[in-house]
Design a protein around this ligand. Sequence first.
Ligand code: AP5
Ligand code: MG
Length: 229
Amino acid sequence: MLFMCHQMAMKKEAMEKLKAEELRRARAAAEIPIIWILGGPGCGKGTQCAKIVEKYGFTHLSSGDLLRNEVASGSDKGRRLQEVMSSGGLVSNDEVLSLLNDAITRSKGVSKGFLIDGYPREKNQGVEFEIRVAPADLALYFECSEDTMVQRIMARAAASAVKREDDNENTIRARLQTFRQNTNAILELYDAKTLTINAERDVDDIFLEVVQAIDCVLKKKQQKAAAQC
Ligand code: AP5
Ligand code: MG
């Protein structure tokens, strides 16, 4: 009997610790900006993220890069992921969100902000992220015509020494189709926190608009933090 009581007390203590840790993580995440980077294949998400990292020192987490790292590990899971990515479809959200969540957890406490590149790709991904990780402060949607996106991907493939498996005509078509099917629902659901940016311009002109939006988020966070003091 005494042993059972002791075990129950230990279990309760462990649950309380877990809850406190979850709360601490949610608070820590709320203090730094979380920005979703949206847009079709080849619209320039990675390009703009690199510039944001240079200016603000944020942590760039690209769902595509995290998945490609898993593929490069040569694991069975990686082989399954590659099949989906080569088909131009979406990997299951459990896989993507747990990769993102692990990467966020590793950088918490040292990160100045998170850029979540290529996520959400369908509206439920956004909903689950905000429940399991933290609310996003801003979504930047890089709007670009399909012709331009295809041209950019083809030019990138031609110029790079290591070609991405999914940068071929058939898969690009399928990636565009997946993007077309899911994007309006995301934009509708997150209308209030989304800024649509015309991505058919020079990289630096696009970045000027990106900077304005991020500065605005940072200012709001500072004001909120000051009000809590
Ligand atoms: P991911 O790796 O994210 O690929 P993507 O969305 O298709 O986008 P890209 O990385 O090809 O392009 P980008 O927008 O980053 O453009 P970039 O800056 O490189 O995802 C790959 C796959 O992983 C998905 O298809 C899916 O299977 C899976 N996946 C990923 N996330 C997932 C999720 N959340 N859920 C489920 N599955 C997921 O630019 C392209 C080129 O254009 C470059 O050469 C660049 O120099 C040039 N360029 C950029 N901007 C400009 C400009 N303004 N003017 C001229 N050239 C420009
Ligand atoms: Mg990219």
